[in-house]
Ligand binder design. Sequence first.
Ligand SMILES: C[S@@+](CC[C@H](N)C(=O)[O-])C[C@H]1O[C@@H](n2cnc3c(N)ncnc32)[C@H](O)[C@@H]1O
Length: 218
Amino acid sequence: MIEIDSDIIEYINRVSLMDDDILKDIKGQINGYSPIIRPGVDRFICFMLELKRPKRILEIGAFVGYSSILMASYAPWAEVTSIEVNEKNFVSARANVEKSGLKNIRLIYGDALDVLRFLNEKYDFVFIDASKGHYNEYLDLCLDLISKDGIIIADNVLFGGRIVKEGPVPHKHRTIVMRMRQFIDRIMNDRQLSSCIIPLGDGLAVIRYKGRATDERY
Ligand SMILES: C[S@@+](CC[C@H](N)C(=O)[O-])C[C@H]1O[C@@H](n2cnc3c(N)ncnc32)[C@H](O)[C@@H]1O
């Protein structure tokens, strides 16, 4: 088995990078820690978009628009709807989308836990990249919006490796770790879903919605 050491990760990140001018510009706007998807994750998402060719993409957690712009430019045939709860991030995302000139992105300002209840279109591809403590709720709401055989990708499911470590969890991470473990347990065991976890970036869950448990085909 290959030990995934930092040299291997650095190499994959370097060869995977796919930033154009606007994406480079967005990364340059961020001082300090950046929650933007990591190199390698961007390429994997684009690869999945090519395979799936979704008509409608839903993103939970726009931040300043990097992944929305990446997906909308890579899948120009698709409409991207992205939800952001933080006003400052939403305003920056809106400015970046305008700068990109892309017309296939709809940004919604609000809490996804509310907004998702009011969306009435079906989505073929969902990217969950928001509060790690709420993945189960996002998934519940997304299952009402995803089309059969739709793909859901959830980022950060390994939470810096904390999900994997045994023993006591520091108090400040306890709730997220507990909820993320419940989320992982659920996606691995729900008969409506077919799921795997890829150790890319901070851990990606890749989920296919097979249909309601009453559907004949699985
Ligand atoms: C990891 S960042 C998203 C990064 C972005 N997907 C990218 O790669 O460019 C998470 C974002 O989700 C937003 N967020 C957190 N909880 C949310 C919620 N309940 N509804 C909508 N946005 C939320 C945060 O404000 C933050 O901007």
